[in-house]
Structures are given as structure tokens and as C-alpha cells.
Design a protein around this ligand. Sequence first.
Ligand code: F6P
Length: 377
Amino acid sequence: MAKKFVGVLTAGGDSPGLNAAIRGLGKAALQRYDMQLIGFLDGYRGLMQNRTVRLDGHQLSGILTIGGTILGTSREKPTRMIVGGKKLDMTEAMVDTYKKHHLDVLVCLGGGGTAKSALHLKNAGLNVITLPKTIDNDVAMTDVTFGFDTALGIATEAIDRLHSTAHSHHRIVVVEVMGHNAGWLALGAGVAGGADVILIPEIPYDIDKVASAILQRSRGGKHFSIVALSEGAMTQKYYEKYTKLKEGKKKAKDKNDKKEKDEFSQQLVELEEKHRDHTFWMSRTLEELTGLESRVTILGYLQRGGAPSAADRLLATRLGTACATLIDEGHYGVMVAARGDGVEPVPLEEVAGNRKTVPLGHQWIESALSVGTCMGN
Ligand code: F6P
């Protein structure tokens, strides 16, 4: 059988475990299946510009434990690339690069956005496979994504450390946790770290209920509280406005009314702009409502940095090596999903455009409520 040529890129936000996945895929592809590997730099932009790096045994060695991605990354999409100051559809240039290198398949490591772009390239005639990466854990059709466990550990440790200072100063500490529009990280770290209040995007909250839970703790002799606040969490009022605008925009789109759609988009931008200050607003408002002193800690990019946890190294290696096997079998157009102890190919059509948020009856929510955590509703 002819040697297979494999292209690899990483797209979207960086995440611990990306290098472990590249290594797993690469070593299995080279050593087990005698394939040839080439990396594209900085996500889909490198594919468009044909900026490459050879991936041989040397490059793949010593990267298992390293954070970030040796390939670099970017958030750009094939259909909306900034070229010469303009947003252009550069799909054709990407197809050309793919052909120039006589690739049999392009492996894209990334989250939901990356899967959408990969599906687009599939529809343009390329063989593609994706691997699910993101600290947000919001990729559909996989049990878990690599990067999540590491970020969960970091956020949990931060909550642990904040307990002693909150306790000593009798303060509220509002910890902002990443996760985009999904609450997995804040919920997981909140439960594992014993946060007193956990607020996630899936459960719009009432600030008065949060304040009253904190006051109740205070009356019971606990004069400090930790609030794990997901960056995408919203008040019930904000949620109503946001949902109305979203629905309006969708209706305008369905009617093909561009002017009305743009108006809704603009209003959404303005509303989201107001939400930027959300964590500080919450801290100020809780001070006013409870009379307790409050402080903010934003964990930010710390959650994406550094060495992957053992669980992420294992998951990334499992998915990467399984990907090489799928390539050997000629099984393309899929995401390599983690299912229980195994790995399963899932058609990209079932992944792209479907975000996995926390289901309302999820056991993590039930457990949080059962130990007396306030979820804001
Ligand atoms: O998707 C990972 C993530 O860290 C989200 O949790 C966060 O909302 C977003 O990326 C931040 O994006 P950027 O790196 O573009 O600032």
C-alpha cells in the first residue's frame, strides 16, 4: 500500500494536551503505520499560507508534557480570513495547499469552531478528521475533551487557596472561571473546591437569592463565602433580554431581512459589552446587599497554561493514536470521540454547530444542591 501523507493543524484557543495529542498521532502514524506527517502553523491561516513544519521523530520527541501547541494556533475560519485588511473566503487556497502536499487527510485539533471549519473543508472535497480539544469541555458527541481535566485542576486549586484568605478576612470572594457559554469548568471546580455559590450560564441566576444564601451562611457563623462564577453566567433579567434579541435575529435571518438582522446584531453587541463588567458588578452588588466585604479573582489564561494533567495526557494519547488507526483504515470525515474507556469515530455533521452545555438534571448540579450549594435560582 502507498505511504499515506497526513497534514496536522491546531486551531482555536490553546489547551493543555495538544502536544500530547500531536505526539500520539505522530508517533503512531510514523512508527506503526509508516506514514509521513507535516504540520501547518497557526491553525487554518498556516494552511492557507502553506506555512509548514516537518513532523518527524525528532520534533515529536519531548513534547508530551509541554503546554500550548508546538504548531501555534489562531481562531480564524477558512471562510472569514483577514487578508489585506479584508475578510475573505480562502477555502480555495487551503484546498490548493492540501493538493500541493498530496495529502491523504488533514487532522484538525480543536473545539466546536474547529470542527465547523473542518466540516466546511470536507464539503470542499478534503479528507478531514478532528480531535476534540478545549478547556471548556463543550464539544458535542464526546464524553470529554482534552484540556478540561487540567483546567479543572487549576481552577479547583485556586478555589482551595482562596478559601483561607476569604476565611481569614471574613470576605466574599467572587472567582471568575472560564468556559465560554458552558458551565462545566465552574461547576466542576466549584463542586470539587467546595464553593458556596456556583453560577453557570445554563442556570440564569437571581442576585437576591445569591445574597440571601451568603447572609444565611453569615448568620450561621460563616462570615466568608466563595462564589464560583462562570464567565458566561447571567442574571435572569439579562438572560431574558439576550434570548429575545437572539430570537429576533434568528427570525430576521429566516426572513432574509438583512437590515433587521444587523439591527439585532448591533443590539446584541451592545448588551454583551455591558456584560463585560459582570464579575466586578456582582462583587459590588453583593457588598451592597450583604454588608460584607467582597473581592474578585479572575483566573483567566492561567487555566489554559502549563503542563497537561496525567488524565489529559492519557486522553490525548488515546485519541491521537486512535486517529492514526482511523487514517490507516481510510476512515475520514469524523471526530475521534472519547466514549467510556473506548474511542469512537463520530460523523463531523453530528459535531459541528452543536455545543454540549451542562444538562439541567446533570448529577454535578444535583450533588452541588445536595451539599447545600446555592446555584442562584
Ligand atoms: O475556549 C477556550 C477559552 O479559554 C474560553 O474559555 C474563553 O471564553 C475563550 O477561550 C477566550 O478566548 P481568547 O483566547 O480568544 O481570549
